[in-house]
Write a protein that binds this ligand. Sequence first.
Ligand code: G3I
Length: 322
Amino acid sequence: PRDLRELAHQHGIRIGTAVDIAALRGEPDYRKVLNREFTHVTAENAMKWESVEPERGVYTWADADALVENARRNRQRVRGHTLVWHNQLPAWLTTGVADGSIDSGELRSILRDHITTEVRRYKGKIRAWDVVNEVVEEDGTMRKSIWLDHLGPGYIADAFRWAHRADPQAKLFINDYNLEWNSPKIETTLALVKDLQARGVPIHGVGFQGHLGIQYDYPGDWANVMGRFAGLGLEVAVTELDVRMELPVTEEKLATQATYYSRALTDCLSVEACKELTVWGFTDRHSWVPGWFDGQGSACLFDESLAPKPAYRALLAVRDPR
Ligand code: G3I
């Protein structure tokens, strides 16, 4: 294959990236690589609650619309990210809950309205939604958040039902990090999915974020874990893949990074139910990693000047393992 689009077609999967909307608008070279290489896109921030409703009742859709419109023009499918999360909530909501001016009954209707409004706006234009993001802790307990605290665990089933009502065609996902190996978090997430299914809740997929680093061993369990979820009848997807490293960059580290990317694609291809691999940004020019992990970076497939790195070439060389 000549590029990731051809690779995607060859393997019959979608290859996606998170998109930085400011770069999409302002950087023609970024836009060119994005639209040349990818068949699927996720808004890195533009569809999160603080982005779309910064003030109560004041909706700002311009950035999310720009992503959806660019995707349409370039034959890219879209993953909606994310409807229910504990981060990047608007201040009016978190302060309202903290000072008691929003009680739990009102909070529940605010959540229902948020999900309904956003999903309905993009009905038919979003293939899959990350309905709930990061709802399980590493130790296997349910994550503490304003949702769990004030609405109880039933908010998860409600969220899926509301999203399904707003767009019955959209595939509805639970999405999380550190799901790439067997752990208490996996057992709880599997149990949660089974419980939702048993109650007839519309849940269709699990997203493995896949934020990896070469200073840790590659998660050799990953294909096994994907298979466990696929066994429940779910779609599986790699939704936020990146592979960070301690700086400075060396040829050796880039070579190791390349093996992590190609193993992730190979793991996805080895599981019939895995039809999407999305990277969390494609260029080191726009990556969340340096801002979050001191002294780390270079996590993407292209460098700052948009030259492909060894990881990019390694992906193109991946053969179907089945
Ligand atoms: O929008 C403001 C801008 O007005 C301000 O000038 C600037 C100064 O700091 O901050 C901007 O907000 C930043 C926002 O990204 C948009 O760029 C926030 O500070 C920053 O915290 C935020 O980070 C995002 C992070 O989620 C927040 O939780 C990252 O870009 C984004 O890549 C990251 O994505 C998450 C996924 O949604 C879920 N999985 C983990 C993944 C990585 O953390």
